[in-house]
Design a protein around this ligand. Structure first.
Ligand code: NAI
Length: 296
């Protein structure tokens, strides 16, 4: 088995936080990357954010200036989904919603070549279910990156019941060629990381609702005594509460309402308020001047 040939383009559909990160690592690894989003401004922002991130690496002497310019030149903006027709691998990073993902992949099947691999960056939706409506379900696989993609080494390569082993292996090898540490996983609710992490978030919310301590204190304890890189609230602010809440609901529903995975009403209110975390300037912390300030 081998990684996707660099002769073939990679398409990234959904150019938000994850899509931009995925496009960046693929471009730096030598692939032409075509970005698409239903919001054209999201594509323009992703490309300028990637350019800014790579230029920062050059300024810190962690990337060669020519390599940076070449990587940025590999990024293309797709205006319509039809523009990704030549891709050998499509990575979907749109909204975490089964029907939206199914509709997108059904549309893509009519656009891409028969040998194009379709990958989903879903955090928690069944890869088996996403593939079920496809003409060729065997070519769909999970390619689950972690936020922020350029910094996080892990990539879960998730096989649904119908996924071809060769497809999963090509995606595994491609993730390795992108500098990631891939692992194979089967499509179970939350896969590996998002399953094991559920109680980390849930117990944080329970502590908060019982007024055991405030969010900043709980985060500090988990960081400084617990040995975690981030506490639950700062991590949810980074991930986005809309995304994190949707994952919790998805795992809860997939386990037929197992109370261990019960979503938090506090987090539901954060989502209702639009306090989605860093990307909204406000979540469990405020980010008025870029730095995290605990909420009063
Ligand atoms: P985001 O909200 O930053 O970006 C999603 C983008 O998809 C938006 O720009 C939106 O306009 C676009 N979009 C929505 N529907 C579309 C469609 N039908 N066609 C094209 N573009 C469409 O979300 P984020 O955080 O980048 O997450 C994207 C996916 O990645 C979700 O499935 C999420 O569960 C998954 N994920 C998120 C992680 C995170 O930490 N945020 C970590 C790992 C996976």
């Amino acid at each position: 088995m081998a990684a996707l040939s660099r002769e073939r383009a990679v398409a990234v559909i959904g150019s938000g936080a994850m899509g931009a990160g995925i496009a960046q690592v693929a471009a730096v690894a030598g692939y032409t990357v075509c970005l698409y989003d239903t919001r054209p401004d999201a594509v323009a922002k992703a490309i300028s954010d990637i350019a800014a991130a790579l230029n920062k690496l050059v300024a810190r002497q962690r990337m060669d200036a020519v390599a940076c310019a070449v990587a940025i030149a590999r990024l293309r903006a797709a205006v319509t989904p039809a523009d990704v027709a030549g891709a050998g691998l499509v990575v979907e990073a749109i909204v975490e919603n089964l029907e939206a993902k199914r509709a997108l992949f059904a549309q893509l099947e009519g656009i891409v070549a028969d040998d194009c691999i379709l990958a989903t960056n879903t955090s928690s939706i069944s890869v088996t279910a996403i593939a079920a409506g496809l003409r060729v379900p065997g070519r769909l696989v999970g390619m689950h990156f972690f936020n922020p993609v350029p910094l996080m080494a892990l990539c879960e390569v998730v096989s649904g019941l119908a996924t071809d082993a060769a497809v999963a292996q090509t995606v595994y090898d491609t993730a390795a060629a992108w500098g990631k540490n891939p692992v194979h996983a089967k499509s179970t609710p939350g896969f590996i990381v998002n399953r094991v992490a559920r109680p980390f978030y849930a117990e944080g919310w329970r502590l908060l609702s019982e007024q055991a301590a405030d969010a900043a204190t709980i985060d500090a304890v988990m960081r400084e005594a617990g040995g975690f890189r981030m506490g639950p609230f700062e991590l949810m602010d980074l991930i986005g509460h809309d995304v994190n809440f949707a994952v919790t609901q998805s795992v809860f529903n997939a386990y037929f309402g197992d109370p261990r995975f019960t979503p938090s009403v506090l987090q539901q209110e954060m989502v209702n308020a639009g306090f989605l975390g860093r990307k909204a300037g406000r979540g469990c912390y405020r980010y008025d001047d870029g730095a995290a300030t605990p909420q009063a």
